[in-house]
Design a binder for this molecule. Sequence first.
Ligand code: NAX
Length: 329
Amino acid sequence: MTTTITLTGAGGQIGYALLFRIAAGDLLGPEERVRLRLLEIPQGLGAAEGAALELQDGAFGLLEHVEVTDDPAVGFDGADLALLVGARPRGPGMERGDLLTANAGIFGPQGAAIAAHASPDVRVTVVGNPANTNALIAAASADGVPAERFTALTRLDENRARAQLAQTLAAPVDTVRRVPIWGNHSATQFPDVSHATVGGAPVADALEAIVGDVPAWLDETFIPRVAKRGAEIIQVRGSSSVASAANATIEHVRDWVRGTDDWTSAGVVSHGEYGVPEGLISSFPVRSIDGEWQIVEGLEVSDWARARIDASVAELVEEREAVRALGML
Ligand code: NAX
């Protein structure tokens, strides 16, 4: 079998980190061949073409074909998976409204091109920021494609949260499970340890033995550390997260296609679950079953957690209102 994968922003940093892992079979396994379509803007074509030359030099057995283009109609032609990584970064003096407008101008037309040219069961993952609202705009512009086919990446935030917990508990990271992210991929996100387990036992008990006052530790240490990890990476590394973002993207798409054995996190369309207004693309605890994300329902949400979920969802509502006010939804 061969899967056609479109990657936007293929000439950028995360694109460069993603391409070689996809070609090596990390996304779809060692049996599935891939066709890559690299969509860039004219200024990014050289970098994408260079990456395509290096892909050729990798002599990857699973890689059938690579096409580089700046035409969305060509870029999304027959796409089974679309990874929307390219976005307009916030430049000096740019207001939030300017950022939303610039990105609406990218994700609206890309959503329309996906509807017109991609495979009917295309799965879209938005990485480019503001990821949730960009996914909302793309979904709204993709006539005939169900909104469930559009998702935003919050897996990196979940991985950061699990890694912080593992470090605090001195436990292997793969024994820390069920740490969903709620809301927006932004500083308001809520990494939720209420249902988390370590080695199958509740994390709360283990945490109390180590940090003492768990609610204070969550508010003052854990939540800000996870929510501001992107800024910490920029400060230490001198540039934003790249390989960890590519890794999370691989895990998100792989789980969507192949299924999960436990919860994870993804920005998916709300049908009103947990009081999140219908139509927003919000992060939830999710499972992937038969190739579809399903929101984990029926979880008990404390008043403390509720307030944090509501704050992040309020930001998503504001972003939606701002895009609507610009006439872009
Ligand atoms: P780079 O600036 O290195 O690359 C972006 C690439 O996108 C550039 O090559 C640019 O030419 C291209 N591009 C811009 N507009 C395009 C369009 N209309 N069509 C096709 N390509 C286009 O950024 P990079 O470090 O790769 O980050 C990419 C995006 O990921 C940014 O928006 C960033 O904020 C976002 N991130 C999202 C994360 C998440 O967890 N959701 C985490 C990592 C990252 O911060």
